[in-house]
Design a protein around this ligand. Sequence first.
Ligand SMILES: C[S@@+](CC[C@H](N)C(=O)[O-])C[C@H]1O[C@@H](n2cnc3c(N)ncnc32)[C@H](O)[C@@H]1O
Length: 623
Amino acid sequence: MSENTKNPRDVTIAKAKGRPMLTWVGKKPLARITAYPAQTIERFELPSPASGRGGGGEGNLWSDWPKDMPQGGLLYHGDNKDVLARLLADGFRGKVKLIYIDPPFDSGAEYVRQVHLRGIKGTVKIDGEDYALGEQIQYNDIWANDSYLQFMYERLLIAKELLAENGSFVLHCDSSRSHHLRCLLDEVFGADKQFKNEIIWFYRRWPTNSKAFQSMHDNLLWYTKNNDNTHVFNKLYEAASDRTLSDYGGKRLTTLTSDDGTQIKRETEEESLGVPMRDVWEIRREHTRSHEHTDYPTQKPLELVERILTALSNQDDLILDCFVGSGTTAVAAQKLGRRWIGCDINKGAIQTTAKRLQGVMQEQAAALNARQGELVATENAPPKPCQLSFSTWRVNDYDLQIQHNEAVELACQHLGVTRTRTDPYFDGTQGGRLVKIVPFNHPLTPLDMEALRAELKTRPNEERDVMLVSLGIEQSARKWMEDYNRNRPINKLHLVELRTDRKYGGIIKHEPMSADIAISREADKLLVEIRDVVSPTIIQRLNLQEGVFRAQIADWRAVVDCVLIDTQNNGEVFNIALSDVPERKQDLVNGRYELPSPPSGSTVAVKIIDMLGEEFLMTYQVG
Ligand SMILES: C[S@@+](CC[C@H](N)C(=O)[O-])C[C@H]1O[C@@H](n2cnc3c(N)ncnc32)[C@H](O)[C@@H]1O
């Protein structure tokens, strides 16, 4: 992890200079913003030596890349205000060629993602009838007018800082907000030739019974960072209509005279390429039966996003989508040989995106291997991927906007902690344990642990265990805690990890998952067998739904979305050596895995992600 990513620091944001200016209640400029730390969660990397152009060696594809950042796709879980600030602090200012965003539309809808347990209906039963897990609110799209405008204004201001001087910005919206957003964009980017197009995406859908014309389009507002015409624009063509062709007076072939006087016939551009593409695009909406469909309610068609990327960026360029949803932009970038950064506040979105990207990269790796030995690239070969790896990060929303004292009060109330105001270090007690609330402006780090150890040393007679309450934890701190707790009869550390979640009044207690996993080594093979998985969050959700009946899940595999194994875990980043991600909902994970055994002393880590996106991690030392 880069040193940078560990320290909060301020980054500057340029003032919007465009005119006219829209105003709203509570409008605030944004001159500085704090970049909070990011933690690496996991890394996916295909071992193939032919892996894209990410393995180094080929030209200077990554020479413009911040040197402390891993070369490959970057996927961030967190509020994009924090993530964009983090990217600025990490050296991405001016590096992004194209930003495409498809933010919440302020449509008054609450988007929901259907979450189902895995398995064929009927084989996996929950006491009651159905196995549907109910709906997981994907994100809340209800905004007070003014806060929506402030929300978008801030994101546009920060995102512009990341754009290259010849970069483009495309904002996908609909008619409910396009008029306001266009004003915001004029203000942030300037209205002097920076506005390039309003592209109408026209799609068909079933008629509704409204007393107005049926809305069948979205609006894509395209701006360039500067007005000097240096931006990338790859001309696209569409088939000319018969009318256009006949308007050429039937001269379907143009006669040209060559230098030596012979006459040659050539097709007109209209006939060979079609006419230059217009700003109204008809593209089918993402179809529930399509191969690409992810159950993400606002998933956009890959064809639409690919078209934007093809026109407004070149191969190898860096593409950013900080409202990435199901990951369509990252998938399009990956397929078209571009580099990419994605971000979403919703864990389900990150999970969906990661899953899609793993699939695309695996297909690309297989295709690359199959083509090895072909000396000449064939014309129809798809673009070579820039990378066959990506890392997932979390940037927590530490900016709680409340003082530490208030946060302690809130957390204590929430967890039933009795405050002890006379103790200068510990915040209270609960059930015979001392309680320490780690300041919420950073995740729990080994430094906090060292401070705690030093404190306990000053209290030789203290025998009580300690409950640590934190907002997020660095992987290295988790390892520190495991080592510390080993063979310790007193003063054991217990962790309560809180997460910020506005839906639950700011702070919720995290109920961890548990699993029974057997890992053994036989000769040169490593055997991993998952025997049971319990997800309290899912059970809680089902119990809420089932009312008086207690939910029972007959097969643990129904609650598991995927299993990931890292055979050489370094305690910091999860490097995926095996991923078991059944593609279809009715399929279950395998549960038994055989891998080549890593050398003695290596740490094997098994990660299980449930159908709500919660994670369980177990580590095992190879003997
Ligand atoms: C309309 S969806 C994007 C869909 C995406 N284009 C696709 O094809 O799947 C908007 C996304 O923005 C995310 N979002 C909303 N507020 C956010 C925030 N403050 N930071 C990051 N993501 C946010 C939502 O979780 C949601 O996934």
